[in-house]
Every structure is written in C-alpha cells, then in structure tokens.
Design a protein around this ligand. Structure first.
Ligand SMILES: [Zn+2]
Length: 64
C-alpha cells in the first residue's frame, strides 16, 4: 500500500516536473522573443541593419 502510494507520488512528481519544464520553456521562449523584438529598433533591417523604407529593406528586399 505504501509502495503503491510512493509510485503514485513519483508519477505525480514526474508529471509536475514535466509540466514545470514545459512552462519554463514556454516562458523562456516568450521572453526571448520579446527581448529580440525589443532589441531590434523599428525601421531597421534585421539582416543588414539598413533603414526600412515602406516596410521594406532597400538592400535585402530589393534583391528579389
Ligand atoms: Zn536588409
């Protein structure tokens, strides 16, 4: 009975651990994405750093 309870607790802990990691990764990715978007100033190309004109980079978008 105690062994069964212990196994159940171990299962519960492993589920909590898995959920915790999932949430931590989600939070980490969300923060990183927010940080990236915050670090890149609006109007600057993320590829070459040129000034964006009409939502397009004159260097990168013009090559197409
Ligand atoms: Zn560019």
């Amino acid at each position: 009975m105690i062994g069964l309870l212990g196994a159940g607790l171990a299962l519960i802990y492993s589920v909590i651990f898995a959920v915790g990691i999932y949430v931590a990764v989600k939070v980490y990715v969300g923060r990183r994405q927010r940080k990236i978007t915050k670090e890149i100033p609006e109007g600057i190309c993320i590829h070459c750093g040129a000034k964006i004109e009409d939502a397009k980079c004159p260097n990168c978008d013009g090559i197409k």
